[in-house]
Design a protein around this ligand. Sequence first.
Ligand code: ADP
Length: 309
Amino acid sequence: MLTVDNLVKDFISGFKRKKTTVLRGVTFSVSTGDIFGFIGPNGSGKTTTFKCVLGFIPITSGKIQIFNRPNDDVELKKKIGYLPENPYFYDYLTGEELLRYMGQLHGIDSKTLSIRIDDLLEKVKMSHARGVQLRKYSKGMLQRVGLAQALINDPEFLILDEPMSGLDPIGQREIRELILELKSKGKTILLSSHILTDVESLCDRVGVIFNGRIVKVGELKELFSEIHTDYEMVIRNIDQSRLSDFTNLGVSFEKRAGFQVIRFDEDLKSKVVDLLHKYQIEMISLTPLRKSLEGLFEEQTKKEAILET
Ligand code: ADP
């Protein structure tokens, strides 16, 4: 569906024509029917990649193909829907007028358009505000109507830049469900986020971008296998004399709300379980502690710093 091959983007700015390299050889692909999550901290190059894919800005080098065609093919636009990160729409239009305007740009006939507008407003739970001007919308409402406009041409391929941003937890869940519904209808979706939990229940594959480079691409479970490293176990009634058996392994120990909590990494898991059996210690819970994406990015920053010195 989409292939991005060694994409480089330099911005030239200012009187001295200073060159800033924002994308440094981005390569990834999205298969038909998949939800691909593009994750990375703010400023890592997600929006710039999307703008390049959509042909909004010229690329410095590399190759982008959508449906096996060069991405600047105008015909492709009919098949693509786009939700920008900060949707700046015409403030004085109502939600309904915006959708009508976008639909007309796509050349949709007025009868089909009216049906589609009703349907989409219903889907994004914005029917009640269809007659309200966009300048009176909250960020969450703009996000919802933004998603509706991205769907107005019934696109096969959707590019959603931070679709969950600005939404409360209920709104996020609704958008997540809507995205899954679109997938069930065979749509292909490329979405971005700087928050891992946004993508974890959604994406088939993810690409992690950091400082203009893809540092990881793969299934989410592969990524998690790398960042699921520490465990926290709540136990009860451990005898002080046996505690040293645990701490000698390298397990950390603390008391929390009347419980004993031990923390250890993947390598120690089986040894800890052996000790629990040996001393018949009661386990209350075991929680994998996901090292956050930020942790992954910090590691990457350190690696890059080493490479540059
Ligand atoms: P993200 O979407 O991951 O937050 P962006 O793609 O918006 O990141 O930005 C990546 C980097 O490119 C940032 O450092 C940003 O300042 C820079 N950038 C974006 N647009 C321009 C531009 N038109 N000129 C110069 N630098 C830009």
